[in-house]
Design a protein around this ligand. Structure first.
Ligand code: SF4
Ligand code: SF4
Length: 235
């Protein structure tokens, strides 16, 4: 079968393509066909998130993906390519830090299994960066805090061990929850099936409960004609 990887075409035996994961094929190409091919991998079992790439334009973990004839493999989008499938993830790491998506002031509250369950899904994020690659807002605004940072903020806002919740809510007001278009692209590519879009909507609700409002709606209302074109002064 013919596979296109980073603009280069490789002919791979049909049985190998049917049998092996994309990650194993990348290792095969590197060891047998093209020593220069560069890619990232870690656990080889869908846990570390380091092998995320795009297949035919859709973000996938290479270790969990099988290819077909003519498939095109490319690096993640919305970031600088260092070489072949290896991309620069510094900005995304910065998004996480800027979002205060970590435990800040620890309480002594006892955590129950029910409390753990409430943030279990968000805690499963493997930082594969697929969501940032698929996000149309991050594509045009690298200041946008972005999907995994926001879902992680949601996780810590609901962590009973965290005392400094207000700071997290304050932090996601700028280039954060209100900038998301709720398109759901991030949900569709997340290998952990995290409902990121819902987490962002929930953060919006919490923001409103804390006195914030959608800044875009404020702009919209300021230009709205509440008389619907009717001028009471004309009579
Ligand atoms: S739902 Fe929001 S965070 Fe997710 S991809 Fe769309 S714009 Fe980005
Ligand atoms: S939220 Fe999902 S897609 Fe985004 S980094 Fe985490 S595991 Fe990957």
């Amino acid at each position: 079968m013919k596979l296109k990887i980073c603009e280069k075409e490789y002919l791979i035996d049909d049985n190998r393509v049917k049998r092996d994961s994309l990650l194993n094929i990348l290792y095969y190409i590197k060891t047998k066909l093209d020593h220069t091919l560069s890619f990232r991998s870690g656990c080889r079992s869908g846990v570390c998130g380091s092998c995320a790439v795009r297949v035919n334009g859709v973000e996938k973990l290479a270790c969990k993906t099988h290819l077909s004839d003519g498939d095109i493999v490319e690096p993640l989008k919305n970031t600088k390519v260092i070489r072949d499938l290896v991309v620069d993830l510094e900005n995304q790491k910065g998004c996480l830090e800027n979002s205060k998506a970590h435990l800040d002031k620890r309480s002594d509250t006892q955590i129950t299994s029910k409390d753990e369950k409430a943030i279990d899904l968000q805690s499963n994020c493997i930082l594969c960066n697929s969501c940032y690659s698929s996000c149309p807002v991050y594509e045009v605004n690298s200041e946008f805090k972005g999907p995994f940072a926001l879902t992680r903020v949601y996780r810590y806002v609901h962590d009973k061990k965290e005392l400094n919740i207000q700071e997290k809510i304050d932090t996601v007001q700028s280039s954060g929850v209100w900038d998301c278009t709720l398109c759901g692209n991030c949900n569709m590519v997340c290998p952990e099936h995290i409902d990121i879009k819902n987490d962002i909507m929930m953060l919006r609700n919490i923001s409103v409960q804390n006195g914030y409002s959608d800044p875009h709606m404020a702009n919209f209302n300021s230009g709205f004609d509440t008389n619907f074109g009717f001028d009471p002064n004309q009579f």
